[in-house]
Design a protein around this ligand. Structure first.
Ligand code: ADP
Length: 682
């Protein structure tokens, strides 16, 4: 290889290296340039062309400083680099061709020729727009944080690890009444009533990294004390090294005040609860007294015992020295002493007219009378028999039940009488009203029962007398009459003298009449005292027909025709004695009708009854007599016909014992009557 070609190669190699270096320079994202020692640009890279917007040609040969907002500063930079051989982070603001301002940070060095002479400056700029923006943001956020800190209503401060204040916020200044400068650099503990405890708080925070609710009392410059509660933490630098304590104090003045208020409120509440409990206790005692008195009132139905016991209970429960109950006597219109408690004897019989005296006034007005503040002097001195006292209050309460005055209760007290006691007494007295009314009603019922019993005794007696009379009738009258009948029959058969015979016949007839009367009367008396009959289901049509058969001869004797219309079945629950009713009616019809007249017998369905009727064409009965006939011994217009006047009365009684009815109507077909009875169907 020739020397020439060696040189060529070397040059090529150098060119290669240069191209490489230049390539690096051009590819750099940082704008680069060189200036001569006067600050005239001698070279620029591509990025410099881009950022300034000027062509390489325009840039080279012009002063470096021309492209910055502050040319002096830019020129200073060049000079500083030449003097110091190097500058770092030299900040300038570049102006592009379009006028855009770009913050840049320069690192610059000098460059020399082969001999080591300084030829100029090589400056590398960095676009710090982003960085500047970030810096701004940080500043803003810092300001924001600080703002928060300053505006906090909590007093905040930082101390170093020795407890010397390094920073304070606005509230801390306000609360202590000192300037920021006066606070910073002084020991934290100086501002508290108990510096030792304050210092311990700092130490505790440093050792435990955090304390909560640490209570201290801060003293302001003016000497005012503030209770404060601290929350404190340690704070570190970027590398985690503890720099000091950040303490947030809360002014507890309001809190303490509320606490105090709460305490007094709680205490107050306690007092109130106690008072109310006491009230309830009294009420409960009242209620139990009330129930006790009520029990006493209900325990006895005997009026005087009930009043006495009730009054005793009242005076005991109310701690009253005396009491009187007066009952109202409606007939005499006076109040009479009915029960007393601790009242001397003379008062026991006292009585007051309505309107008179203390009990009378309350009774008249029907209103409670309260006499208060009775003077404590001789005039009002009351001798109660068992004690002597001057009552301070007297209450006179009318006892009223359903608007009726029953009496008055007068109670004397040695003290004033509370509203409560008055109401209580009022309630009790209304219970007295009920109890007295009950007792009086009971007395009344008791008396009525007594009277009823006496009356029923009398009735019993009169029944016994009737029975006795019936027995006398049957045995003491019927037997001799029977004997008379026997004797006259014998005498009649033997007597030949017509006159004597006539007399004997009269005796015989009258005796027969007497026997008939005795028999019917005793039958009636027996039926009168009979309550119930025994029944049997029977066809009353058949019974009726038998009666007709018994009277056939009698009717024939009077040439009368009996028309028996009942031809069905007529079942009813009857006693055989029912036959007497039919006999009596048919016998009367024959008796009280003229010779040759008709008699119509019928049984009709008058659901739920059978209606049995006897129609005659006889003398008839006047309307005013119709009801009388069924009474015993009532006979009208006898027309010389013999009878006892008991037949219809007996018949009516028998029908009634069957649950039926009797009646008389005029014969609708003309002269005569219709006698009817009803018997329930079965
Ligand atoms: P006595 O027939 O024994 O007098 P009653 O009690 O049977 O008693 O009758 C009472 C009175 O009713 C009779 O005295 C008579 O005056 C009247 N009387 C009863 N039945 C009839 C009748 N069918 N017609 C008219 N009067 C009658």
């Amino acid at each position: 290889m020739t020397k020439m070609s060696q040189l060529e190669d070397h040059i090529k190699e150098l060119e290669e290296i240069q191209r490489y270096n230049r390539g690096l320079i051009e590819a750099s994202i940082d704008p680069m340039l060189t200036t001569d020692t006067d600050g005239i640009i001698t070279d620029v890279n591509e990025q410099m062309v881009n950022i300034t917007g000027h062509s390489r040609k325009r840039l080279i040969g012009t002063p470096f400083k021309e492209y910055f907002t502050d040319p002096e500063e830019a020129y200073e930079g060049i000079k500083e680099t030449l003097a110091e051989k190097m500058v770092r982070d030299y900040e300038l603001t570049l102006i592009s061709q379009t006028g855009k301002q770009i913050p840049v940070s320069y690192n610059a060095t000098v460059f020399t020729d082969a001999e080591g002479n300084v030829k100029g400056v090589f400056a590398v700029a960095r676009d710090i727009t982003e960085y500047k923006k970030m810096e701004q943001e940080i500043k803003e956020s810092q300001r924001y944080n600080r703002g928060l800190i300053e505006s906090s209503i909590d007093a905040m401060l930082t101390t170093d690890t020795d407890g010397i204040i390094t920073d304070v916020n606005e509230q801390m200044i306000r609360i202590t009444g000192r300037l920021r400068e006066q606070l910073i650099g002084t020991p934290f503990k100086e501002y508290f009533t108990n510096p030792e405890v304050a210092y311990e708080g700092i130490i505790k925070t440093l050792s435990e990294k955090m304390v909560r609710d640490y209570e201290l009392t801060l003293v302001s410059r003016a000497g005012k004390e503030f209770p404060v509660s601290y929350n404190a933490t340690v704070f570190t630098d970027a590398s985690g090294y503890v720099k000091g304590v950040f303490a947030v104090a809360r002014d507890m003045t309001e809190h303490k005040r509320l606490e105090k208020e709460l305490k007094s409120y709680t205490e107050n509440l306690e007092v109130k609860v106690n008072e109310r409990t006491e009230e309830l206790k009294i009420q409960q005692e009242r209620e139990s007294s009330y129930n006790q008195i009520l029990t006493t009132l209900n325990a006895s139905i005997d009026l005087s015992i009930m009043l006495k016991n009730g009054l005793n209970e009242i005076v005991q429960h109310l701690n009253a020295p005396f009491g009187v109950i007066y009952l109202y006597d409606i007939e005499e219109n006076v109040l009479k002493t009915a029960a007393t408690h601790a009242v001397k004897k003379e008062l026991l019989t006292a009585q007051f007219e309505v309107g008179e005296g203390i009990p009378g006034e309350a009774a008249l007005e029907r209103k409670t009378l309260i006499i208060k503040d009775i003077p404590q002097d001789e005039r009002y001195h009351i001798d109660f028999g068992v004690m002597e006292a001057n009552p301070k209050t007297i209450m006179s309460i009318p006892i009223v039940f359903r608007k009726n005055l029953l009496g008055t209760i007068v109670i004397g007290f040695l003290t004033d009488v509370s509203e409560d006691t008055q109401q209580f007494l009022q309630r009790i007295v209304s219970q007295f009203g009920i109890a007295i009314n009950n007792a009086q009603s009971y007395d009344m019922v008791q008396n009525m029962a007594q009277e009823l019993q006496e009356y029923s005794g009398q009735l019993e007696k009169s029944n016994q007398l009737k029975d006795l009379f019936t027995d006398i009738l049957r045995h003491d009258l019927l037997n001799p009459a029977g004997l008379v009948r026997g004797f006259t029959d014998v005498l009649l058969s033997k007597e030949i003298d017509e006159k004597n015979k006539e007399l004997l016949k009269k005796v015989h007839n009258n005796n027969e009449k007497l026997i008939d009367l005795i028999e019917t009367a005793s039958k009636f008396a027996k039926l009168e005292s009979t309550e119930e009959l025994e029944f049997e289901r029977n066809d009353i049509g058949i019974i009726f027909k038998n009666v007709v058969d018994n009277f056939a001869q009698l009717a024939e004797d009077k040439e009368m025709t009996i028309e028996f219309l009942a031809d069905g079945e007529y079942f009813a629950n009857v006693n055989p004695i029912i036959e007497d009713v039919f006999s009596n009616l048919l016998s009367n019809a024959i008796k009280y009708s003229p010779k040759g007249s008709r008699i119509i017998l019928d049984i009709q369905d008058a659901d739920p009854d059978w209606r049995i009727s006897v129609t005659d064409f006889g003398f008839g009965i006047a309307d005013e007599d119709k009801t009388k006939l069924f009474q015993r011994f009532k006979r009208v217009d006898k027309k010389g016909i013999k009878g006892t006047g008991l037949g219809l009365a007996i018949g009516k009684r028998i029908v009634e014992l069957h649950g039926g009815d009797v009646g008389i109507e005029n014969n609708p077909e003309g002269q005569g009557s219709v006698f009817w009875v009803t018997i329930e169907k079965a």
